[in-house]
Design a protein around this ligand. Structure first.
Ligand SMILES: Cc1cc2nc3c(=O)[nH]c(=O)nc-3n(C[C@H](O)[C@H](O)[C@H](O)COP(=O)(O)OP(=O)(O)OC[C@H]3O[C@@H](n4cnc5c(N)ncnc54)[C@H](O)[C@@H]3O)c2cc1C
Length: 237
């Protein structure tokens, strides 16, 4: 639901949204900001790691984001936002301050995957929150994220088990190169190859890497979970 006529958008937010207050904003790097939201309706809510929420970011616009961390006891959840240019989501983010009141829809969606597996994660900066949420449930997490050079240190702190590579000329090219160099390392002696993979972020990159890792590691389709976050020329997914 990226866009609705303004009266319908307001009604959808009223009917399906729950209020939350911005309780903390942390500038992680030039391109990444972590925002903590909290509010009584979020206390005690059941939440599955990897589920997303939706914010109304303009009169007509809604955008999806993924909590990186959730504390049902206090009713707080944190989202890692990517600033990527002049767009409704980024403009809305710039207008948030501690104390801002927002309406949040969800949580919903999520990924079909098994916990406690040897798991490969590949994605871009928009996947940092998702991977941070999921990795604690993997038995052995490996993989890489690609982010702009200015965001490398912040990304590495969010997903310490993963490699962080600098985004290349085209989305996905840095991840593709990383896989070319490291695929053999992922099949360690006396250990099975990754049993499961999670690909998230840019749509074209997911398509490219899904084919490659299925062939490389012999993974069946159901063992590769994917989450499309954005695509060139598409506004909100
Ligand atoms: C389920 C789900 C979970 C998501 N979780 C997160 C999350 O936790 N954190 C996060 O930051 N994003 C997340 N995203 C991605 C985010 O919703 C999109 O990036 C969204 O397009 C941002 O809205 P916008 O208004 O800023 O840009 P839009 O108005 O949607 O897009 C404007 C233009 O910018 C391009 N664009 C959009 N995103 C990017 C990008 N990241 N880099 C470069 N170009 C881009 C579009 O292709 C379009 O051409 C998630 C998306 C989905 C579907």
């Amino acid at each position: 639901m990226p866009s609705l006529p303004a009266p319908l958008a307001a009604r959808a937010e009223r009917w399906f949204g729950r209020p939350a207050t911005v309780v903390e904003i942390t500038e992680l790097s030039p391109g990444l900001v972590r925002v903590g939201f909290a509010g009584p309706p979020w206390r005690g809510r059941s939440w599955v790691r990897g589920q997303e929420v939706e914010f109304r970011v303009g009169d007509r616009e809604f955008r999806h984001y993924t909590p990186a961390d959730v504390d049902p006891d206090s009713g707080r959840f944190d989202v890692v936002f990517v600033r990527h240019g002049d767009a409704p989501g980024t403009a809305w983010l710039a207008g948030l301050g501690v104390g801002s009141e927002v309406g949040v829809m969800g949580p919903g969606g999520g990924l079909r995957r098994e916990p406690d597996r040897r798991e490969l994660f590949l994605g871009d900066a928009t996947a940092l929150g998702l991977f941070a949420a999921l990795m604690p449930t993997s038995r052995d997490a490996s993989g890489a994220v690609e982010v702009p050079a200015e965001d490398v240190a912040a990304a590495a702190a969010l997903v310490p088990s993963l490699a962080v590579v600098v985004t290349g000329a085209a989305p996905g090219s840095a991840l593709d190169s990383w896989l070319g160099v490291h695929a053999d390392d992922l099949v360690r002696e006396n250990e099975p190859p990754p049993e499961q993979a999670c690909l998230a972020g840019h749509v074209g990159t997911i398509d490219l890497l899904r084919r490659r890792i299925r062939t490389e590691f012999g993974l069946p389709r159901r063992a590769v979970a994917t989450k499309a976050h954005w695509s060139e020329g598409r506004r909100g997914l």
